[in-house]
Design a protein around this ligand. Structure first.
Ligand code: SAH
Length: 204
């Protein structure tokens, strides 16, 4: 997976590549999907949700340029795999998930595998961020938003980086917003397809 899906497609950050080598992805997918854990695409995890394609997880992590000292907000924990990756790359991860059964699943996966010591999973509508633990040096949104929620920009530290899929319900652009010296820069990293962001600033 790391060689053919990640390195060959341009993922270069050694810390990201080694995180994806070390974290057992098969432990985060449903038992019946274990044999497919390393395929080049998303996999269903129940409740209409997915674990993202490995390349997308790696790309989003790389775009956040994490060095190991950061506090990160993840919106959309799902099964907890991406949260585990962020936990290896940063100092502390706050991951919020709107579906309570997935909160339990993610907590269970992180506890069982031992990869969640610096990851806190909370049940909340993350479309308005999670103000209690702000500011965040990096924010990673794993569901497609109709627009960039203003609360996420407010909760982003300066300097800080936000990655978020923005577009319609089916197709989005993965946007990277950089805040530095009080100024915002916005660019498109790639086209993508995520499950819809729900909640107050998401799809109704
Ligand atoms: N991070 C996951 C991908 C999860 S899929 C991985 O490891 O690959 C996106 C998740 O976002 C789903 O579990 C969905 O329930 C959740 N979600 C959607 N809208 C949300 C919201 N407003 N707040 C928090 N989580 C949300």
């Amino acid at each position: 997976m790391v060689e053919t899906q990640l390195r060959r497609r341009g993922i270069r950050d050694q810390r990201v590549l080694s995180a994806l080598v070390r974290i057992p992805r098969e432990e985060f997918v449903p038992a019946e999907s274990r044999v497919e854990a390393y395929i080049d695409g998303p996999i269903g995890i129940g409740w209409g949700q997915t674990i993202s394609q490995p390349y997308m997880t790696a790309l989003m992590a790389e775009l956040l340029e994490l060095k190991g000292t950061e506090t990160v907000l993840e919106v959309g924990t799902g099964c907890g795999y991406h949260a585990a990756v962020l936990g290896v790359l940063a100092a502390r991860v706050i991951s919020v998930e709107i579906i309570s059964r997935l909160v339990e699943m993610a907590r269970g996966n992180l506890r069982r595998t031992g990869w969640g010591h610096n990851v806190v999973v909370l049940q909340a509508d993350g479309s308005t961020g999670y103000a209690e633990c702000a500011p965040y040096d990096a924010i990673s949104v794993a569901a497609g938003a109709p627009d960039i929620p203003p609360a996420l920009l407010e909760q982003l530290n300066d300097p800080g980086l936000l990655v978020i899929p923005v577009g319609d319900r089916l197709d989005q652009e993965l946007r990277v917003i950089s805040k530095r010296d009080g100024r915002m820069e916005d660019r498109v990293a790639t086209q993508c397809r995520f499950v819809p962001l729900r909640g107050g600033e998401g799809w109704k």
